[in-house]
Design a protein around this ligand. Structure first.
Ligand code: RTP
Length: 150
């Protein structure tokens, strides 16, 4: 059974543009399974913790300001190679470098408004899931309903 999980987050620009359903659809169509979904207005402290590795980058203050601009939609997904494949579904950090067919390649033109976040390693995914879902997430077996005898 696949156990790799990732944290995918639709950023404020993606939420504002009504792209949440489109992004969910792409992960579902690919064959992945959703474990959690929440809309949240993140605090500055939560965002600084999420992006702690980027604290020294010159774009860090602008990144935090952008991420504070509105609610985000955070999700946990599970499935085979979800971290790597999830990043491929997103495209490159800069939408201009992203191939058509990817989320950023289809919907973005600005690195500072790049629609969606995806964890970059399984370890970071688990760190981010604990950070954004401190009460844990459900675990469910996709075959359960289909196979239920009643
Ligand atoms: P993310 O964490 O959001 O999935 O993005 P990423 O791994 O593709 O890129 P990362 O280097 O971790 O950067 C995090 C976010 O910071 C913004 N950024 N702005 N102005 C710039 O040069 C610049 N570079 C990065 C983007 O929103 C990027 O997604």
């Amino acid at each position: 059974m696949a156990t790799e999980r990732t944290y995918i987050m639709v950023k404020p620009d993606g939420v504002e543009r009504g792209l949440v359903g489109e992004i969910v659809k792409r992960f579902e169509n690919k064959g992945y399974q959703m474990l959690a979904l929440q809309m949240i207005q993140p605090t500055k402290a939560l965002l600084e913790e999420h992006y702690t590795d980027l604290k020294e980058k010159p774009f860090f203050p602008g990144l935090i300001k952008y991420m504070l601009a509105g609610p985000v939609v955070g999700m946990v997904w599970i499935g085979k190679d979800i971290v790597k494949v999830g990043r491929r579904l997103l495209g490159e950090t800069n939408p201009l470098a992203s191939n058509p067919g990817t989320i950023r390649g289809d919907f973005g033109i600005d690195v500072g408004r790049n629609i969606c976040h995806g964890s970059d390693s399984p370890a970071n995914a688990e760190r981010e899931i604990s950070l954004w879902f401190p009460n844990g997430v459900v675990h469910w077996n996709r075959a359960h309903v289909q196979n239920l005898i009643y």
